[in-house]
Design a protein around this ligand. Structure first.
Ligand code: AMP
Ligand code: MG
Length: 562
């Protein structure tokens, strides 16, 4: 194609803002359509991400898209149409499969690559004889295109190299003054771009995973191959079939590492490997675990729709912070996971690390005297490595410089003895009279202890880990356990036990039990309960052994089914 010179000086346009959430607003739709018909640039909402639209048949208008985005001109644009009947206007030899897909998935997040007709300028297709066609599932946008009466070329409305825009506000950040209008249709429902399938080859080939799962395409078409660029970095000189795939898209300023593997294993991995100034993109249930970091939740680990909606927002937000690196959890490749993982990996330049450690972690929690020890001993007899979080905390007080620094900053030097050790009594005196200071100590502990627990898990050769923590749930560690067990016993039993164990008076034993959370509290927050009201140690040990065997048997069955 002719090499077009991009104008050096930026065109300063007066950008108009349209708030158009329903297709009923005829007048605004007519105004928006008019901008497009007259060769202007208009950001439009779609179900996937915001598009930067222009008349796809008007070379000059299309050139302005490339200018506004700073997009390389060999990166083709997708033509948006209001329904499949428009296909024959712009595409040659439309195969039956295209109509089959349109019937099933349009309007929707699917782009089909077809042979272009001469009326589609090479400027639009990046010099290719093929063209990407899509019908967006957004009533306002379809109404605008219908009214404009021309196919709308629309790449994502971000500056080239930045994450795609999923809100009109994102578009404003990137495009204000460079385009004629922004149609605000609210937040995008899908959040990742369309799936691109090339129908000009046999079998059809997936060029970009997106809002429509690969499995749906396979269901409709039978065999579908996947372009190498979807899962790995392109080598020098290698050319992916979707030209856009060769560009390092969606790159935040800080370098990104993507951690693959099961959600719990990857959370554990991230916790041990992310440096203190790292930003973290994690599944919702792990947010409390990363208390010491700037965190952007991706969505619950079992909710890929939510993850797709949040992935670009997550990549975008860190640019306003000064994180030194970004670590991200990654879903598996099933369904929308292929697209979500692909966007994260592209942001990381395909820098990924695998986390599956084959470990099983059992978290044991419950109040004083409830009898956690019976279960911990049973785990130990199964070869488990037992990590006592309270003990780890006390060891860290002496050896962990980062924790000690945080304590010094919050409570001053008076909590340190002359030999550098922490005077826990002095610390206790400060925090037990002041709720705010206690909360601050809690926050410091939560930001440091889980990391050390995860480090010790990784360091241990044991495949089974028992985590002993009265604040298992509060410190976020519950989320990385494969099972959490609440150990409970009637209050009377607990009082007798701690009187005997610690040689204390009944009144004192009662006040200690009363100061802790109830059995109900632990029960409600754990997967299982072990009621330890057995009269003798031997009976408790036997019951604990049975209980642990059942848990281990369940794990084995679960892994068999995976
Ligand atoms: P964007 O709209 O910015 O998400 O980019 C559109 C994507 O569609 C780019 O990755 C393009 O490379 C791809 N694309 C558009 N048209 C074609 C085509 N004719 N052949 C292959 N890929 C295409
Ligand atoms: Mg894009």
């Amino acid at each position: 194609m002719r090499a077009a010179k991009l104008k050096k000086e930026e065109r300063a346009l007066e950008t108009k803002w349209f708030t158009l959430r329903t297709p009923e607003n005829e007048e605004s739709i007519a105004q928006a359509a008019d901008i497009l018909r007259r060769g202007g640039l208009l950001a439009i909402p779609t179900e996937t991400v915001y598009g930067l639209g222009a008349n796809g048949l008007d070379e000059n208008a299309v050139l302005h898209i490339f200018e506004a985005k700073g997009r390389p001109q060999d990166n083709p644009l997708i033509l948006h149409i209001p329904d499949a009947s428009w296909l024959t206007c712009y595409c040659e030899d439309v195969p039956e499969a295209a109509y089959r897909l349109a019937e099933r998935f349009w309007p929707g997040p699917l782009t089909m690559i077809l042979k272009k007709k001469p009326c589609v300028p090479l400027r639009t297709t990046g010099g290719l004889e093929t063209v990407g066609m899509r019908c967006p599932d957004h009533a306002v946008t379809r109404a605008i295109i219908e009214k404009a009466g021309v196919p709308i070329a629309a790449p994502s409305a971000n500056t080239s190299g930045r994450p795609s825009c999923t809100t009109a506000e994102h578009v404003r950040e990137d495009m204000w003054g460079k385009i004629d209008g922004i149609v605000d249709g609210g937040a995008c429902e899908v959040g990742v771009e369309s799936t691109i399938i090339d129908l000009t080859v046999t079998p059809p080939q997936l060029l970009r995973p997106g809002g429509l799962p690969l499995e749906s395409l396979q269901d409709a078409l039978g065999e579908v191959t996947v372009d190498k660029a979807v899962t790995q970095k392109m080598g020098e000189g290698e050319k992916p079939r979707a030209p856009g795939m060769k560009y390092r898209h969606y790159a935040p300023k800080a370098p990104v590492t993507v951690v693959t593997g099961g959600a719990k294993a990857s959370a554990r991995y991230l916790l041990t490997h992310a440096s203190e100034d790292a930003g973290v993109i994690c599944f919702d249930e792990f947010v409390p675990l990363f208390a010491g970091h700037i965190v952007h939740p991706l969505g619950a680990s079992d909710d890929k729709r939510a993850q797709a909606q949040h992935v670009f927002d997550a990549l975008r937000t860190f640019d306003e912070t000064n994180v030194g690196e970004i670590w991200a959890q990654c879903p598996d490749s099933k369904g929308l996971g292929l697209a979500i993982g692909n966007r994260l990996k592209k942001a990381a330049g395909f820098h990924t690390e695998a986390s599956d450690d084959g470990k099983t972690v059992v978290g044991i929690t419950g109040g004083t005297g409830a009898g956690k020890t019976s279960l911990l001993h049973a785990l130990e007899r199964e070869g488990a490595c037992i990590l006592d979080c309270d003990k780890i905390y006390h060891e860290m007080l002496e050896s962990d410089e980062s924790l000690r620094k945080a304590l010094r900053a919050a409570f001053g030097g008076t909590i340190f003895r002359a030999d550098g050790s922490v005077d826990v009594h002095a610390l206790g005196l400060i925090v037990f009279q002041d709720a705010e200071k206690l909360a601050s100590l809690d926050a410091i502990v939560r930001a440091h202890v889980p990391r050390e627990c995860a480090r010790r898990m990784a360091e241990s050769n044991a495949k089974l880990i028992g985590l002993d923590a009265i604040k298992l749930i509060e410190c976020g560690l519950g989320a990385i356990c494969d099972a959490t067990v609440a150990v409970t016993a009637p209050e009377e039993v607990r009082v007798r036990r701690i009187m005997a164990r610690d040689g204390i008076t009944e009144d004192y034993a009662r006040s200690r039990v009363a100061a802790q959370q109830s059995a109900e509290y632990f029960r409600a927050r754990c997967d299982r309960e072990f009621v330890n009201d057995l009269p003798t140690a031997a009976e408790a040990a036997a019951a604990a052994e049975d209980f642990i065997h059942t848990i281990i048997k369940n794990f084995k069955e679960e892994t068999k089914h995976e």
